[in-house]
Design a protein around this ligand. Structure first.
Ligand SMILES: C[S@@+](CC[C@H](N)C(=O)[O-])C[C@H]1O[C@@H](n2cnc3c(N)ncnc32)[C@H](O)[C@@H]1O
Length: 273
């Protein structure tokens, strides 16, 4: 059987099963290609005519079954997620990376390179790592409330050989954070209580602590806005992802000078306005 045939068969199974996408791909074809290629440890550009032996085909079958019958996201089946062309180790201790902030890190954020960066709610450490790669002289603190998530972040930081520049911190938001930062990143939990009840099955494999943001989803974000001033350096920037919370925040934080580079992400600059 060829790689192309195996991917097409898998895509058909996925399509018929009416899966939910949104943990790395948005389409059954891409999801099938990701599962098959990476389970076989092939690069994404391996030719579709390549022959896959019986052993390879046998390796895919149980993974497809778990994706279809148990709705386990591909990233957890492979222990691998991709964000901004970078691979991260993931398991069920962390949410699957998909933050909009990753793409924003590639643009111009500040007038000068940030020397100190804080990634709150770091999960797998993906944003802390992308920030450290983008700003090669910056020192980064990556913090999370979950010790289990921090273990996963530790693994990814070691994989990228960034242990000297990224320090891990167990903290409830800013509680244990010391000093001031030029750039603070945050992708906090922001799913409302009502939305938590209707999430597709795939989300139930992700830690509740990474998703649930209180009654209206904005509990942590309100704290973040209130407390960020004491942790930002002069001219420092907070970038915070809020899902679909923009309208609610605009109503309740009229005086807060929030800017919206994306509908899902606000920025707040210390000392401007
Ligand atoms: C949406 S995930 C984001 C993970 C990662 N930054 C990403 O973009 O993939 C939110 C993270 O916030 C952490 N978290 C939840 N409540 C927290 C709190 N009060 N203080 C710090 N981290 C918290 C969770 O453990 C989870 O890892």
């Amino acid at each position: 059987m060829t790689l192309g045939e195996l991917i097409r068969d898998t895509e058909k199974r996925f399509r018929a099963a009416k899966l939910f996408y949104g943990h790395g791909t948005s389409h059954p074809g891409d999801e099938a290609a990701w599962l098959v290629r990476r389970a076989l440890r092939l690069p994404f550009d391996a030719p579709l005519e390549k022959t896959v032996g019986a052993k390879g085909v046998k390796k895919i079958a149980p993974l497809v079954r778990k994706r279809v019958e148990e709705r386990i996201p591909v990233a957890y089946l492979l222990n691998e997620a991709w964000l901004d062309d970078h691979a991260f180790y993931v398991d069920r201790r962390v949410i699957i990376p998909r933050s909009h902030i990753a793409a924003m890190l590639k643009g111009k954020l500040l007038d000068k390179e940030p020397a100190r960066i804080l990634d709150l709610c770091t999960g797998s450490g993906c944003l802390a790592i992308l920030a450290a790669l983008r700003f090669s002289r910056a020192r980064v603190v990556a913090s999370d409330l979950s010790p289990a998530a921090l273990e996963v972040a530790r693994k990814n930081i070691a994989r990228y050989k960034l242990g000297k520049r990224i320090r891990l911190l167990e903290s409830d938001l800013f509680e244990k954070v010391e000093g001031r930062y030029d750039l603070v990143l945050a992708n906090p939990p922001y799913v409302s209580r009502r939305a938590m009840r209707t999430l597709p099955r795939e989300y139930r494999y992700e830690p509740g602590l990474a998703l649930a943001g209180g009654a209206d989803g904005l509990a942590l974000i309100r704290r973040l806005i209130a407390e960020s001033g004491s942790h930002l350096a002069w001219n420092g920037l907070l970038l915070c992802e809020v899902g679909d919370g923009r309208r609610a925040l605009e109503r309740t934080h009229r005086g807060a000078r929030l800017q919206w580079p994306l509908d899902e992400v606000f920025s707040l600059r210390k000392g401007v306005g």
